[in-house]
Design a protein around this ligand. Structure first.
Ligand code: ZN
Length: 434
């Protein structure tokens, strides 16, 4: 069924430029965008028009990294550093997902809130438990959102309550891959928690499984300085943290791979990220909350490394991708300031210009969306041929007419800084889910 949305439309043309259309029609063939038009061309047999006049219509936002089981304690113990936070907060809570009833109740809340949020696509960690992860898949599949979920693999350096043997880890991973192989919306992604949590044997097996089943990979890279040193201790033969994944064919050698954080990557890491077309899932809220640091996003962009944005719930203290865009800009300004001060001391190698609004918006839409491109599927824009993921935003509850008449671009920027404004409708691959 072909239908149209009428309103004020904006999407990224490229990293720097927005395409905007005042009072235009965005046409969908039921799955993909047919493009934006001043009036509806006769060749399209449009059977329904949604009138969103004066509202903003933008592409859906892509959350490249979050942890479903951590949603229950979002915003708690944000005064700890990463490793303490994992041991006191995260591992005890994740252990509770052994109980199927608990998992079902908690994941119902998560799935329902994610559906109501601005996120249309996601890449998500579960826990190590087969049953709980299976429940999460079923709940998310029903939301109509699209994304990837992985059962976490972790057979060392965890608590007694939250651990698995290498054999169970592999067995349950394979069982889940089989169970969700026919899913339409939510697919499997190989998910080693991070190098310190996985034995060499487990990492090796996961690399093989990813290759055999052509599955993408998600994990964490260089989030925290003591974690980087820990990896060096555990794998002294690795040339860098990224190389520790590369040694086990878990670093984009044969599939799409997304690495969360990438705060402390060195030159060897960055070269490997470039050569293997890694996605960086930039999580500014989490990096600040857990005193991890501030990732050099400008440098990644200058090196043509793929970057998407992420909430990293619950290291990140909100589910809102609007706020993630805001925080991406703010933290990039602090990064620039940090480098500028270093320059005065003559220790800087390179300036890191802060990110503009259009750049952060691109990263939240097409930047992460590219991870979902597959064959003739393209994600993250409203241009013709892209999967029809879109949001309708009502920004009229704050009257700016006294100030000035705002352009679509200005309205959009202001919306990101005022996330309490309304999300009116949400479409994923042509299906209206809100
Ligand atoms: Zn994470």
């Amino acid at each position: 069924m072909i239908y149209a949305l009428k309103g004020d439309i904006a999407y990224s043309k490229n990293l720097n430029e927005l395409s905007t259309y005042k009072n235009h029609y965005l046409i969908c063939d039921g799955k993909k965008s047919l493009g934006v038009f001043k009036s509806i061309p006769k060749k399209f047999k449009v059977s329904k028009i949604y009138n969103f006049s004066d509202k903003l219509i933008i592409p859906g936002l892509v959350d490249m990294h979050l942890h479903a089981p951590q949603y229950s304690f979002i915003g708690m113990r944000m005064d700890l550093e990463l490793i303490d936070w994992l041991n006191t907060n995260t591992f005890p809570e994740e252990a509770k997902y052994k109980n199927k009833k608990y998992a079902e109740s908690a994941y119902k809340i998560f799935a329902s809130d994610l559906k109501k949020s601005a996120t249309t696509r996601f890449v998500c960690f579960a826990t190590l438990h087969y049953d709980a992860t299976s429940i999460l898949f079923d709940l998310l599949e029903k939301t109509g959102l699209k994304g990837y979920v992985g059962k976490v693999n972790m057979d060392r350096n965890s608590t007694k309550e939250l651990s698995e043997t290498k054999e169970d880890s592999i067995k349950n991973t394979l069982k889940l891959i089989k169970k969700v192989s026919k899913n339409k919306n939510v697919k499997y992604i190989i998910t080693p928690r991070f190098i310190p949590s996985c034995s060499n044997e487990l990492l090796k097996e996961l690399g093989k499984i990813s290759k055999e089943y052509s599955l993408p990979i998600q994990s964490h890279l260089s989030e925290n300085r003591s974690e980087v040193l820990w990896v060096k201790d555990l794998l002294p033969e690795s040339k860098s943290y990224a190389d520790a994944y590369h040694m086990f064919e878990l670093f984009g050698e044969h599939t799409n791979t997304v690495m969360a954080h990438c705060v402390w990557c060195n030159e060897i890491d960055m070269k490997l990220m470039e050569n293997n077309k890694i996605w960086v899932a930039h999580s500014p809220s989490s990096n600040r909350n857990l005193s991890s640091g501030n990732a050099p996003i400008r440098e990644y962009l200058d090196r043509n490394i793929n970057v998407g944005l992420a909430t990293d719930v619950a290291g990140g203290s909100y589910l809102s991708m609007f706020r993630t865009i805001e925080d991406t800009i703010t933290t990039s300004k602090l990064k620039w300031l940090e480098k500028d001060i270093e320059k005065e001391k003559n220790t800087s190698t390179k300036e890191l210009k802060s990110l503009k609004f259009n750049e952060a918006f691109y990263l939240a839409t097409r930047g992460g969306g590219k991870f979902f491109d597959d064959g003739d599927t393209k994600v993250g824009s409203l241009a013709e041929g892209f999967d029809f993921d879109c949001l309708v935003l009502d920004d009229k509850n704050f009257d700016t007419t006294l100030y000035k008449e705002l352009t679509i671009e200005e309205r959009l920027e202001r919306f990101m800084y005022r996330p309490n404004e309304k999300l009116v409708a949400k479409f994923v691959a042509g299906k209206k889910i809100i």
